[in-house]
Design a protein around this ligand. Sequence first.
Ligand code: P1T
Length: 385
Amino acid sequence: MKFSTRAIHIGEEPENTQHGDVVSPIHLSTTFAKKSIREVEEGYVYSRSGNPTRDSLERKLAALENAKYGLAFSSGLAAESTVLLALLKKGDHVIAFDDLYGGTKRLFNQVMERFGLEFTYVDARDFENVRRAIKENTRMIWLETPTNPLLKLADIKGISEIAQEKNVIVVVDNTFASPYFQNPLSLGADIVLHSATKYLGGHSDVVGGAIMVNDNELYEKLKFHQNAVGAILSPFDSWLVMRGIKTLAVRMEKHEKNAIKIAEYLEKHPLVEKVYYPGLPSHPQHELAKRQMRGFGGMLSFELKGGLEDAVKFVESLKIFALAESLGGVESLIELPAIMTHASIPKEEREKVGIKDSLIRVSVGIEDVEDLIEDLERGFEAVRR
Ligand code: P1T
């Protein structure tokens, strides 16, 4: 089956339901009665350990990344925490891309470091930087590609080859690209992770996280910790993510189409200093993007000529773009990473990576692009005034 067919049908086979449901039912029961003690070990026992609705979603998640296994969590950060808790121990070292979602860095630096994990941040655009950072106790390489918020890319295949030689696990946060445009497992990564809150859910109405893997041993460890740590996705939220996934392909096509038009418009604008979008030929890693992605996605960032005050004026004057954190929903969102999504990263560290105060991040929605461009024009008008 091709992508859209899998996204719609896998995990929701009518023949697997009692009444031939075309849409997966929501199983709210927290526990499951047995006819005898002998049956206690069989089937569903308790909803944290396993739930039919979450199972349906997990099979669908696996199908999206061509993976053997999928696991659903109560948020992207819950999925991330589970990966770290399941696979690492005190004294282990993680190499991470220096440009990551602010909340991920906060989890690493303000939570996981307290339990004895060590993190080194490198500019993973050059995989030699990753190779050089590998130490005796390195167990994991953590990538986002494209990154949040600067749309930097890491060569998944190149880095996975280096990691394999050293027996290091490669985790790729594939939230920005979505499984429609990029499949890190087929490029050699060991674990793919998503904030399902974003493109998978797609409608800004559910917080969730996902992990997809092929390796049996990794799966068994992650599955054990999903239950033992307990950060599971609820049945209703599992159903919402499933509903979102069915339209992922058509949404991503439109997100990208709109994003390309907006990126080109911004790049030509006299008040714009720089546009970050992997689909632009001016993006320094455009060739890598073409090689490892099937499309460039709906996320972009840009710098205004001017400072923070101008950026504030810009985002506050828009009428269609909502001034809001998050991304990947049908509606367009705009935000200032320095004071919103990445505010938990110290200013000095932010600037070293390239996140200026005037950086504006855009989650391009699937509205009519003419209306979106007219709205951005309103922002530039406010800056000019
Ligand atoms: O918000 P949550 O579902 O817990 O997912 C965290 C997360 C993980 N990875 C990436 C790449 C992300 O962008 C996020 C969440 N990001 C935002 C809320 C944001 O506005 O960037």
